[in-house]
Every structure is written in C-alpha cells, then in structure tokens.
Design a protein. Structure first.
Length: 125
C-alpha cells in the first residue's frame, strides 16, 4: 500500500468516526473484546473503525433503550454515504449513561446532514 493509500485510509477512518459519533443513539465507538478494532495513526488510534480497500468495519456502543437494530441501520446508512465499500456495523455494548443527550443540536438527525459534518471521501474532497 502506498503512502497516498495509507493517507486515504487514515482520513476515511477519522471521517467515519466523527460521523458515527454525531448520531445521538451511539454512545461511543467500541474497540472489540480485546481492543483489536481500530485504525492506527501516528501518535494515536481511531478506536472502533477499520477502513480498507474492501470494506469498512464500524463497532459501536449504543445507548439503552434505543432500538439497536435501527441504530445499526442508521450508522450503516450514514457511513455508506462516506465510503465506497460495503459497511459492516457491529454493536459491541449497550450504555445507560447520558441518554438522551442534553445537547443534541449538533446531532445527525437526517442522512442529508452527514455531508455537512464530514466531506464525501468517495469523491476525494
């Protein structure tokens, strides 16, 4: 993989993470049982997101009592607008802390707003 390809992966993981965390029912990104799910960056790591040339894996924790299947489908729909590969969403945990969010003004409430919070990396912008 070239440096340009590596940069594209890094940008994609960060953009995907930001878009997913903007969904109010998503409590956090989930690193997997042993912390194995993530993208390594110089000096830091994007937990819960792995984007490669064949797929995008997103692991999340969902606020209880949100509809887990509905949240997973929403995450898939938001991320599918950002990447041009199949999106696999795994719900790794449920959280009861801080739901519903007190300040949901910045939350993604409709799919059309995802392009306002993150560039469309499919087009390389």
């Amino acid at each position: 993989m070239s440096t340009a390809d590596a940069g594209r992966e890094i940008d994609a993981a960060e953009v995907v993470a930001d878009a997913v965390l903007a969904i109010p029912e998503v409590a956090d990104l989930h690193g997997g049982q042993f912390g194995e799910v993530g993208t390594y960056l110089p000096g830091r790591r994007v937990t819960g997101v792995v984007v490669d040339e064949n797929s995008c894996a997103v692991h999340i924790s969902v606020h209880y009592p949100a509809d887990v299947r509905g949240v997973a489908e929403r995450v898939r729909a938001v991320v599918a607008r950002l990447v041009d590969v199949p999106v696999n969403v795994t719900v790794g945990d449920l959280s009861t802390a801080g739901y519903p969010p007190e300040n949901s003004e910045d939350a993604v409430t409709e799919l059309s707003t995802v392009t306002e919070i993150a560039p469309n990396i499919r087009e390389g912008n």
